[in-house]
Design a protein around this ligand. Structure first.
Ligand code: GLY
Length: 256
């Protein structure tokens, strides 16, 4: 179960955030703020305390806090983002982490290693790490070493198409795994009960489990149905403005 969640308010500069889908247009900042408010309320409805950090105008993508740290039961690992315009965001998270983890439980990934939290999926004490354009082998190696120091394990999954590992995967606990696209037939995940995302709704693979409820992006009916069919209470949150920046529900928070 999660007790705490950290989010960062979107900055006005978010309209200049990284995107692989410029055809979706620039985010509407006012609407993005409203969606962020709703996201916070949805998280609170799952029984967690939400720590809300101020917007940081220097970094257009800084609302996507998931990428700058990975928080486990035994340690916090500060990442080293692979996207040039995101380097430095991780430093702005450290003081907040120190409120929850003692110094000796905080690890740091160093260049030339790069890793972003969107490439890390937690399954109990094991962490799957996507090797992507943002996460390199050196970053994954340092990350696994840090995990092992604190009693956890990690393994790598080379990615072919998606931006981040959790662009196409979401672990919903109880051995249930949402899978989309390149992960549907991926042998690494054969031991899970796979819940398939329809190819027309692949964006909605980026859901989050929070204390037995599942936050699901609004507007993806088939996804909502299969998750409810698996026995979960679904909480819908509209993320249309974050989708324009390749972002989704997991990207917007650190849950621990
Ligand atoms: N726009 C989110 C990211 O690319 O990191």
């Amino acid at each position: 179960m999660f007790k705490n969640v950290i989010v960062r308010r979107p900055s006005k500069s978010m309209v200049e955030g990284i995107t692989s889908a410029p055809e979706l247009g620039k985010p509407n900042y006012e609407l993005a703020l409203k969606q962020h408010d709703n996201y916070i309320e949805a998280l609170k409805s799952c029984g967690v305390e939400v720590i809300v950090l101020n917007a940081d105008e220097r970094y257009p993508d800084s609302c996507f806090v998931e990428d700058v740290a990975v928080l486990t039961k035994t340690c916090a690992i500060v990442t080293n983002p692979g996207a040039k315009t995101r380097k430095g965001e991780e430093k702005e998270m450290i003081d907040t982490l120190k409120n929850f983890y003692p110094e000796e439980k905080i690890e740091y990934i160093k260049s030339p290693g790069t890793i972003e939290g969107g490439d890390v999926m937690m399954v109990g004490d094991h962490f799957y790490i996507g090797l992507s354009e943002r996460t390199n082998e050196e970053g994954a190696k340092q990350f696994i070493k840090a995990l092992e120091k604190h009693g956890c394990t990690g393994s790598v999954v080379p990615l072919k198409e998606v931006l981040h590992l959790k662009t196409g995967l979401a672990y919903l606990e109880n051995n249930n795994l949402l899978v989309a696209g390149e992960f549907v037939d991926h042998p690494t995940f054969d031991q899970f009960n796979k819940i398939l995302i329809h190819e027309n709704e692949s964006y909605s693979a980026n859901c989050i489990w929070v204390n037995n409820k599942v936050l699901v992006p609004e507007g993806y009916e088939k996804t909502k149905e299969v998750i409810e069919g698996a026995g979960y209470e679904v909480v819908l949150v509209d993320t249309s403005e974050y989708r324009k920046l390749d972002g989704g529900l997991s990207c917007l928070s650190l849950r621990f």
